[in-house]
Write a protein that binds this ligand. Structure first.
Ligand SMILES: Cc1cc2nc3c(=O)[nH]c(=O)nc-3n(C[C@H](O)[C@H](O)[C@H](O)COP(=O)(O)O)c2cc1C
Length: 187
């Protein structure tokens, strides 16, 4: 097992998870901005972490574009968002990510919100989102909770949440249910 972690982070939560996992796996954690410095042929396992943005994952297009080059390697995605783990919709979101390419495992990690580190556009979008969810008449309990939470910065990140990802990397899992694909490690 020779993993490398590549992460895209705006306000620091995804970076924190990448650093925690890099410590556990004794492997590099590289910010997206430095992706061109990575020689991916040296690694057999690639973890790509990014943050949720309007129900999508930032830089997912780039990740998908890299898949042909990474054929034969194990690929794991971790999505970091503002929702608590276990929220409805997350499972569907992960299945959607996994469906984009056979053999990819996707995980969700709860991050939080950090308005102090956000760019102006992100702050404005969150303000709009907050306004829209706030004025929605019939909110689900999750929406009610979200409307309350997003008024200010919060941190629900938890190192312990990385355990299933670390286990999947160590076991060489590339699909749900723990199946191991019998492919060359590619490099
Ligand atoms: C414009 C915008 C859209 C967002 N959309 C979502 C979303 O759809 N789902 C979610 O869980 N979190 C969403 N978030 C919250 C971020 O994913 C969350 O703050 C994450 O922890 C940021 O990670 P980072 O610190 O690595 O940048 C959004 C944040 C912004 C600024």
């Amino acid at each position: 097992m020779k993993p490398v972690i590549l992460y895209c982070s705006q306000t620091g939560f995804t970076k924190q998870y990448a650093v925690w996992m890099a410590e556990e796996l004794s492997c590099p954690a590289v910010p997206f901005e430095k992706r061109n410095t990575v020689d991916f042929s040296r690694y057999d396992t690639i973890l790509f972490g990014s943050w949720c943005h309007g129900g999508r994952l930032k830089r997912m297009k780039w990740f998908r574009g890299m898949l042909p080059e990474w054929k034969g390697k194990r690929k794991l995605l971790f999505a970091v968002g503002a929702s608590p783990a276990g929220n409805r919709g997350i499972e569907e979101f992960l299945k959607g990510l996994e469906a984009q390419e056979e053999g990819i495992r996707a995980f969700y990690l709860p991050g939080g919100l950090c308005y102090e580190q956000m760019g102006a556009v992100s702050r404005a979008m969150m303000k709009l989102f907050s306004f829209m969810i706030g004025r929605k008449r019939e909110k689900t309990p999750e929406e009610e909770n979200m409307a309350r939470m997003i008024r200010r910065s919060y941190d629900i990140s938890d190192r312990a949440c990385t355990a299933p990802i670390l286990e999947a990397v160590r076991k060489g899992e590339t699909s749900r249910g723990g199946k191991k694909r019998r492919e060359g490690a590619g490099g």
